[in-house]
Design a protein. Structure first.
Ligand SMILES: NC(=O)c1ccc[n+]([C@@H]2O[C@H](COP(=O)([O-])OP(=O)(O)OC[C@H]3O[C@@H](n4cnc5c(N)ncnc54)[C@H](O)[C@@H]3O)[C@@H](O)[C@H]2O)c1
Length: 263
């Protein structure tokens, strides 16, 4: 699919990997609807890129009414611009590590598990579900009669989860499992589904890790010997949009790094 003159809905687009994707798809001629909890960042990015091809909706992906309002408003924007929905990119996500049982033999709270699962899994399914009626009704494009693509964000944790990542790995493993099902369910509409599983990428999320954890993570990198950058991720997203043969697959984006059990 061509990026130019298509609309892209990106949750978590106000920071990190989502923001790098906003910038890249905008640079290549896309129209971008950013859904994020962080209003200040969202407004700033629209101011920076200009309101002609970017729009921001303050959205909590854990709330169906909030998502519904953002999707409805994006649909109204699409009606004005006449740039059809091309991709749904649910990139909002949180880490929030915690072991299921702590050293005082206290089980983790359900609130902590729900917090991660509701953003990383429920929020992804809900956004896709609400966007789909708008994608299935776009005019398919030649030569393959393609209508759109869903690009989700999994993680290395879906393959080699580390201690303390129970909720995170469960959510990202679910995204990985969901990929083929979505591809199969939506093939009849000409809609593809892929997921990208980054390892250790620079972002606000990883900036919160201690210097010690970051240094030991850098030791296990194969090649290149550096954390991934937003631009590396965005280039992969662009490939997923443009290459119609990518479908039903969770693509590791990790420079061959395999996370060890201890850092
Ligand atoms: N950075 C990495 O190393 C890495 C590795 C693997 C996967 N990922 C995944 O990449 C995605 C992006 O993460 P990032 O590293 O760019 O982090 P980030 O913290 O920089 O960005 C996450 C964005 O999600 C938004 N968000 C959080 N909760 C939200 C909610 N309830 N509703 C709407 N928006 C919400 C935040 O406001 C923020 O703008 C996540 O799904 C994350 O799990 C990141």
């Amino acid at each position: 699919m061509h990026i130019k003159d298509r609309t892209f809905i990106i949750s978590g687009g106000a920071s990190g990997l989502g923001l790098a994707t906003v910038r890249d798809l905008h640079f290549h001629g896309g129209y971008i609807s950013i859904l994020d909890l962080h209003a200040e960042n969202g407004i700033a990015i629209v101011r920076e890129l200009g309101p002609e091809r970017t729009i921001f909706f303050e959205t909590d992906v854990t709330s169906t009414p909030s998502l519904q309002a953002a999707v409805d408003s994006t649909a109204a924007w699409i009606a004005q611009t006449a740039k059809p929905l091309g991709a749904i990119i649910p990139a909002a996500g949180v880490g929030n590590p915690g072991k299921l049982i702590d050293r005082h033999n206290e089980p983790i709270s359900m609130a902590q598990l729900d917090f991660v699962l509701n953003i990383n899994l429920r929020g992804v399914l809900d956004l896709i579900r609400l966007c789909l009626p708008h994608m299935t009704t776009t005019i398919p494009t030649a030569p393959d009669n393609e209508r759109g693509v869903i690009i989700m964000v999994s993680s290395s944790a879906a393959f080699d989860g580390q201690p303390g990542q129970a909720a995170y790995a469960a959510s990202k493993g679910a995204i990985r499992s969901l990929t083929l099902v979505l591809a199969r369910d939506l093939a009849q509409y000409g809609i593809r589904a892929v997921s990208i599983a980054p390892s250790y990428f620079e972002s606000n999320m990883t900036a919160q890790m201690s210097e010690k954890v970051r240094r030991s993570l850098e030791k296990v990198l194969e090649f290149p010997k550096r954390p991934g950058k937003g631009e590396d991720f965005a280039r992969m997203v662009r490939g997923c949009v443009e290459n119609v043969m990518l479908n039903g697959e969770c693509i590791r984006l990790d420079g061959a790094t395999r996370m060890p059990s201890k850092l």
